[in-house]
Design a protein around this ligand. Structure first.
Ligand SMILES: [Zn+2]
Ligand SMILES: [Zn+2]
Length: 221
């Protein structure tokens, strides 16, 4: 449905464009680049397996990676995905960008699992942007999308919460729909403190997953 309204305008700046981004916004994509922390995906001064930011944090996932910083054009892309669900943005831009980050996480995934939305939010919005991203990536790596997670407790908006507050906010918020197995690629739109991804990963491990890797389109830095 969303494709009926695909943008004739650049999702970065709103100017008329022949593709989802105009050349100027494409040039301005806030790529995370290198080097990064291999564990949490944060840009660092040199390649490292753990950084100052994540060394004292327990994550349910093994490693996390994201191609874009959550700023500028990156933020605009997330915004149109979240509120309009343009699958064309996923196909033309988000999924191809995320493939590079998938490579950092290693090949061979048994399933791609989107971070779920609470039912009431899903009903209101009509789609889950994490699922749109998961589908776009899954098709490209020939892995099935597995809708194995559900939200069992509604959570507050994470925006104004501290890192500890975010962890408490999402603790026990997710449950698995049946058993899972193997190596799971967990997908969300934005990685902030990793609290949501971590809670989801913990749930997947509890349901039988062997390993969970976290992929997002954007990451706060
Ligand atoms: Zn533009
Ligand atoms: Zn780190």
């Amino acid at each position: 449905m969303a494709d009926l309204f695909y943008p004739q305008r650049c999702v970065g700046c709103g100017r008329r464009a022949s593709d989802v981004l105009c050349p100027a916004c494409f040039e301005a994509l806030p790529e995370v680049g290198r080097p990064v922390c291999a564990r949490c995906g944060l840009p660092t001064a040199f390649e490292t397996f753990v950084c100052e930011e994540c060394k004292n944090v327990d994550f349910g996932f093994e490693r996390a990676s994201a191609p874009l910083r959550y700023e500028g054009v990156g933020k605009e892309i997330v915004h149109v995905l979240k509120y309009r669900g343009y699958t064309r943005v996923v196909e033309r831009l988000a999924a191809p960008l995320m493939l590079g980050a998938v490579e950092d996480l290693g090949a061979g995934f048994d399933a791609v699992v989107p971070v779920p939305l609470h039912r009431s939010r899903l009903r209101k919005r009509g789609f889950n942007q994490a699922e749109l991203l998961a589908r776009g990536v899954a098709r490209r790596i020939n892995a099935p999308v597995s809708d194995k997670l559900k939200v069992v407790r509604s959570t507050r908006d994470q925006v104004e919460l501290s890192a500890a507050g975010r962890r408490a906010n999402v603790a026990g918020a997710f449950a698995a729909k049946g058993r899972v197995a193997g190596r799971i690629l967990l997908v969300d739109d934005v990685f902030t403190t990793g609290a949501t991804m971590s809670a989801c990963a913990g749930t997947l491990l509890g349901a039988g997953a062997g390993e969970v890797l976290a992929l997002s389109l954007c990451r706060t830095v």
